[in-house]
Design a protein. Structure first.
Length: 298
């Protein structure tokens, strides 16, 4: 009994010295093409997984629209710039996020959340985790997720007919990160989303400053990806300009060499993290998620 009477005051004293345990950093997640915020086998599963692994964490799974159907449709047809504005508004008015948050984007949600980081620094994004995001865009849709194949057939035809026409750019999400290496001038001039956030038409110093404020920018590439063309876009690489066969890594692009976004400086500071995972697009195990992604959320 005497020993217990000593232990209790010591523990109480430790509690006074250390204070209450720090609250978990909130997490914002954004789904990919043809998905929705709360699908129980995708984003709903991820949300529950994170909540189980990090007790007490606040997770916001972004929904664009008033229900899951609208959210899914908007992933194809709502102007990305409007989506980013909507998300910035959601984040700015969410009381849970005002001290800062981590962000995790899946597939196209990766580059969309990067746009949020560059355009909307308040509340502050701390770490950005891009899981299969296409940061240099795509030049093809080899395969489509789930039941969206009929939509992708239509998207392919539309992109072939005129990806950089005003009507297609404003109303087809995938056109807004379509990057044709054979038509670089058309891309730079007419891409209303990707060419802007990738500083293709000039340097927006605010974009650069805001992105460089991240603690870590984590990019996950799927090593057996059959949906993203080219897969190296997931690590910010792309086709060498003027052809669509040879690819180059981020470090060989003008974007990096001229440091238009601050990625070279971030790389030298150890802020860029390149992770590879075996599997097709967005296919990963819970074990991999636990060991490779959770450390950036804790």
């Amino acid at each position: 009994m005497a020993a217990l009477s000593v232990v209790v005051p010591v523990l109480a004293l430790l509690g006074l010295c250390l204070g209450p345990a720090a609250a978990a950093t909130p997490l914002v997640i954004w789904h990919g093409m043809g998905d929705s915020c709360c699908n129980p086998v995708s984003m709903g599963y991820i949300q529950k997984l994170v909540e189980k692994k990090i007790p007490g964490i606040y997770v916001l799974s972004l929904k664009i629209g008033s229900n899951m159907i609208q959210d899914m449709e908007n992933s194809f047809f709502m102007n990305v710039n409007d989506q980013v504005r909507e998300v910035c508004s959601q984040l700015a008015t969410d009381p849970h996020l005002q001290g800062g948050y981590n962000a995790m984007g899946f597939s196209q949600g990766g580059q969309f959340l990067r746009a949020v980081a560059q355009r909307c620094p308040a509340p502050p994004m701390l770490n950005l985790i891009s899981i299969g995001g296409q940061h240099q865009g795509v030049y093809g849709f080899p395969r489509c997720p789930g039941e969206s194949s009929h939509l992708c057939d239509w998207i392919r035809k539309t992109l072939d007919l005129g990806a950089y026409t005003k009507a297609v750019q404003e109303h087809l999400v995938q056109a807004e990160y379509w990057h044709d290496p054979l038509k670089e001038e058309d891309y730079r001039k007419n891409s209303i989303f990707l060419a802007d956030i990738n500083q293709e038409r000039g340097i927006n110093e605010t974009y650069k400053k805001n992105l460089m404020a991240l603690k870590k920018f984590v990019m996950v590439k799927f090593l057996n990806d059959t949906m993203v063309d080219p897969p190296i876009s997931e690590w910010f690489g792309f086709y060498k300009s003027g052809q669509a066969k040879e690819t180059i890594p981020l470090q060989e692009t003008l974007l990096y060499k001229e440091d238009r976004l601050g990625l070279q400086e971030m790389d030298k500071a150890g802020k860029l993290v390149f992770l590879g995972v075996k599997g097709d697009h967005l296919h990963f195990s819970e074990e991999w998620f636990d060991s490779s992604i959770l450390p950036f959320l804790q």
